[in-house]
Design a protein around this ligand. Structure first.
Ligand code: SF4
Length: 213
């Protein structure tokens, strides 16, 4: 039996990019642990990252293209059939309405090598309509700009040097575990943690002050 542990990172579309130690036995993923040597994520993984062992071998995992048939049900088709169907639909749209009738939309998680490939895909098609920004990172940047006047942030680790932390409708104990570690460090150093939230959460439980409108 071959067994090895591989140092890697979580591949989800998530800015944490948590360090992982993935153990593979005979080519099969058998366990995932947080990498304690990653200074940013310090061995912590959320449930989504931890669930990879179950996800990669789950019976419901998609392993082939699915196409909706005329009765509305999804059916398995070959990759060739799926790609031929996409090509036929794109050419039909271009013929009937021109290339700008095709909308290319991508999230910020795909702003890597694959994003560059998209340019090469659409150029010979004659172009396409593209969205300005997306619902993920650019939406957050815009909210920051409108709130603070500019996209400027402190370094995340400087959170531990804060003397007062106000979490407004925010529950990092459950939704931002790496930030929460820094918040708790600040609290140990004497910072006051206040949370504004109508709900009771793990964050409000640990806070010094819970403002519950
Ligand atoms: S927080 Fe969760 S989803 Fe995000 S990178 Fe870490 S393990 Fe993955």
């Amino acid at each position: 039996m071959s067994r090895q542990t591989i140092r890697t990172v979580c591949p989800r579309n998530c800015y944490c990019t948590c360090g992982m130690l993935a153990t593979v036995e005979d080519g099969r993923l058998v366990s995932i642990e947080g990498d304690p040597e990653n200074p940013a994520t310090a061995g912590e993984l959320c449930l989504k990252g931890l669930s990879y062992v179950e996800r990669v071998s789950h019976e419901d995992r998609l392993t082939a293209p699915l196409r909706r048939n005329r009765k509305g049900a999804l059916e398995v088709v070959s990759w060739d059939d799926a790609l031929d169907g996409i090509v036929a639909a794109l050419w039909a749209i271009r013929r009937e309405s021109g290339p700008l009738a095709a909308l290319h939309y991508e999230g910020s998680g795909s702003h890597g090598a694959l994003s560059g490939l998209a340019e090469g895909f659409w150029t010979p098609f004659g172009g396409c309509t593209r969205a300005h920004g997306d619902l993920c990172w650019p939406a957050g940047l815009e909210a920051t700009r409108l709130t603070y006047g500019a996209n400027r942030h402190n370094h995340p680790t400087s959170t531990r040097d804060s003397r007062f932390i106000l979490l407004w409708g925010h529950n990092p104990a459950e939704t931002n575990i790496h930030q929460w570690r820094l918040v708790l460090e600040a609290q140990k150093r004497g910072a006051t943690i206040a949370v504004v939230d109508p709900r009771s959460t793990d964050s409000t439980d640990a806070a010094d002050l819970h403002l519950q409108p």
